[in-house]
Ligand binder design. Structure first.
Ligand SMILES: Cc1cc2nc3c(=O)[nH]c(=O)nc-3n(C[C@H](O)[C@H](O)[C@H](O)COP(=O)(O)OP(=O)(O)OC[C@H]3O[C@@H](n4cnc5c(N)ncnc54)[C@H](O)[C@@H]3O)c2cc1C
Length: 598
């Protein structure tokens, strides 16, 4: 049976010792009273919920799955899921970072971010039910009318109602411009929506009294393509003027997908049969509003893989200390045992350290991103808001794709640590690998993220945002460039920072002549950019740890940080050289292959 311990110490290190989040938060009027103790106390309680309520349902939920009643179209979630959700609501957890104007507790995003990392480690399937609601809440908060906000946000904040995002149709996932669902305007200002959506996470369930679906559909006179897509609120139960539930709306579950992982989450085919909806935002501008939800969800998906990486690492580490096989190459280590624990073997350590380095690097990036989100929304200085928004836009595809790809590498490595036992369900390791796998696919595949990063976010503004990030790297290099102890962490990012400028210009130039050059380089490019970002945070974490050690702090936590940073720069970061080389191989080797792919 797997176990899970909330990584509170590491969260505190990132938040308070590396990022000093309280300094940034108290500069924002609504968080002026925020302090370290409050953040830590909330997360301690949150960790208990994750470990004691959500985690025990992870394996059973995976084995049992969801059930659809074909007559009533109602879905039953795995045993215990509904009760765990009731506890979550009772504890006020849905309201944590929601606006106080709608009954929220108004805590900073970073608190919710860390809380959700723990929930994701504990049970990704369960966590997706409340998790998607946060995205729907954000889209309505940003683009809903006052009436829509008053009608829906209070109940989504309290957790009484859940939310979903309904984009995908059988013939279109990436290319939403192909969408066919239709919305007919009605005399009373509502719309009648007809169509079929597939793959809708948490699309039907028994956990909340109402489900607020955010649905993309086309108006009758809509222009073709993505510029003709509008967004609608389609509640499972219509909501009366007084806020109470009315008639069952014409949106129901026509089937549940049988999947590789996240089996406790209901992935629903939803049939819209003249369902009543109200428009969010402007006609044909649905993607603008939906992007608020999609951006939140992309950060959320990165957080799911961070959670999976952490829990897989914890279990692999414990196993590697217990399992005895063979003797160490350098001589017997456990004299009292017939063999040494497998943690003595270099490659087992490599697998463990890979997961640890990717988990801790991912945590730093996600915490940093949560602070950018906070600043973008609430900082009093307009320039800070703008800069934070731009940087976050660039980092979002890296969070989504780099962290989920690393989650794939890490959960597989941790499963490998268990040998054959990793493949056996009882140990729980294969579930982490299976559950993590979807994170590379949904919310825009990782390929699509790489095109977004390179095409839109970097070449689209001639590298301006990349240069902004480059400045942060430059500051750190200037600060620590003469510190010999930091050289092994600073030199690689200084070199890569310089190389990135040339690398980006080169791809941009080639892409200008042939757009396939961008498509051919994008996935490699995102991984290189991901390492520049992780390298920056690993160097900052090493900097803090080295200072503590130099000041005489003997807490082994700091030595562990330095050792992990050293491993990261020596064994993981250098793949950037190969990636730049393969990116430079260009599009010809891919596109002049018709005979090979005939
Ligand atoms: C378990 C699960 C849960 C999901 N939850 C939701 C949900 O809650 N709501 C929702 O709306 N959707 C959801 N989805 C759908 C998911 O977002 C899509 O599956 C995903 O976006 C990919 O779309 P597709 O499956 O149609 O693949 P396609 O778009 O057909 O893509 C197929 C392949 O082609 C590649 N490709 C496509 N276009 C390009 C391009 N221009 N350049 C390079 N490569 C390209 C893709 O990267 C992919 O590898 C879910 C899916 C699953 C499996």
């Amino acid at each position: 049976m797997p176990t899970y311990t909330p990584p509170l110490r590491d969260m505190q290190f990132v938040m308070h010792e590396v990022l000093h989040v309280v300094d940034d938060l108290t500069a924002i009027p609504k968080h002026a009273d925020m302090d370290v103790d409050t953040i830590n106390a909330v997360l301690e309680e949150g960790g208990k919920f994750a470990a004691e309520v959500a985690f025990p349902l992870n394996q059973s939920g995976d084995a049992e799955g969801c059930k659809l009643d074909p007559v009533t179209h109602e879905v039953t979630t795995p045993t215990g899921f509904k009760e765990a959700y009731a506890k979550y609501v009772e504890g006020g957890w849905p309201a944590l970072a929601c606006d106080t104007a709608f009954g929220g507790q108004g805590l900073p995003h970073i608190v919710n971010q860390c809380f959700y990392e723990m929930l994701n480690s504990a049970n990704q399937s369960w966590t997706m039910y409340p998790g998607l609601t946060h995205g729907a809440y954000a889209a309505l908060h940003a683009h809903g009318t006052e009436e829509q906000k008053q009608t829906y946000l209070h109940k989504m904040t309290s957790g009484e109602w859940l939310g979903t995002m309904c984009l995908t149709e059988a013939h279109c996932g990436t290319d939403l411009g192909l969408m066919r669902s239709k919305a007919e305007p009605q005399a009373d200002g509502t719309y009648k929506i007809t169509g079929e959506k597939i793959f809708i996470s948490a699309g039907e369930n028994d956990m909340a009294s109402n489900i607020i679906h955010l649905v993309l559909a086309r108006l009758p006179d809509a222009p073709v393509g993505i510029k003709g897509v509008s967004l609608f609120i389609v509640p499972k139960f219509l909501v009366k003027q007084d806020g109470s539930l009315g008639a069952r709306n014409g949106i129901y579950c026509g089937g549940l997908e049988h999947k590789m992982g996240i089996c406790g989450n209901a992935t629903a085919q939803l049939v819209l049969d003249g369902a009543v909806g109200t428009m969010v935002g402007q006609p044909n501008k649905g993607m603008q509003a939906m992007f608020v939800m999609m951006n939140a969800a992309r950060l959320g998906v990165g957080n799911q893989s961070l959670g999976q990486t952490e829990v897989a690492y914890q279990n692999a580490l414990a196993y590697a200390k217990e399992r005895i096989q063979m003797r160490s190459l350098t001589g017997v280590k456990a004299k009292d045992k017939p063999a040494d624990p497998i943690i003595v073997h270099p490659d087992v350590r490599k697998m463990l350290l890979t997961a640890k380095a990717y988990a801790e690097g991912g945590r730093a990036l996600l915490c940093y991103s949560a602070m950018l989100l906070e600043k973008e929304h609430s900082h009093p200085d307009e320039k800070v808001r703008k800069d934070a928004g731009e940087l976050l836009a660039m980092l979002t595809p890296i969070v989504k794709a780099f962290i989920t790809d690393n989650g794939h590498i890490s959960t597989n490595a941790c499963m490998q640590v268990f040998g054959g036992h990793g493949y056996i369900k009882d140990w729980g390791m294969e579930q982490f690998a299976r559950d993590n796998r979807i994170n590379m696919i949904y919310e825009g595949t990782n390929t699509v993220q790489s095109l977004d990063l390179l095409g839109r976010k970097i070449l689209g503004n001639s590298g301006a945002t990349l240069r902004k990030f480059g400045k942060l790297v430059g500051q750190l290099v200037a600060e620590e460039g003469v510190n010999e102890k930091m050289a092994e962490f600073i030199t690689p990012i200084a070199i890569l920072g310089d190389q990135m400028t040339k690398f980006t210009t080169e791809i941009g130039f080639k892409g200008f002549q042939n757009a396939d050059e961008v498509g051919a380089a994008a996935v490699d490019y995102l991984r290189v950019a991901g390492h520049l970002v992780f390298g920056y945070f690993w160097a900052r974490m090493a900097q803090v740890a080295l200072r503590e050690i130099a000041a005489g702090n003997t807490d082994s936590f700091y030595l562990a940080k330095v050792q992990t940073a050293r491993f990261y720069f020596a064994k993981l970061f250098p793949e950037t050289a190969t990636l730049m080389r393969t990116a430079r191989a260009g599009s010809k080797v891919l596109m002049d292959t018709d005979a090979a792919l005939a």
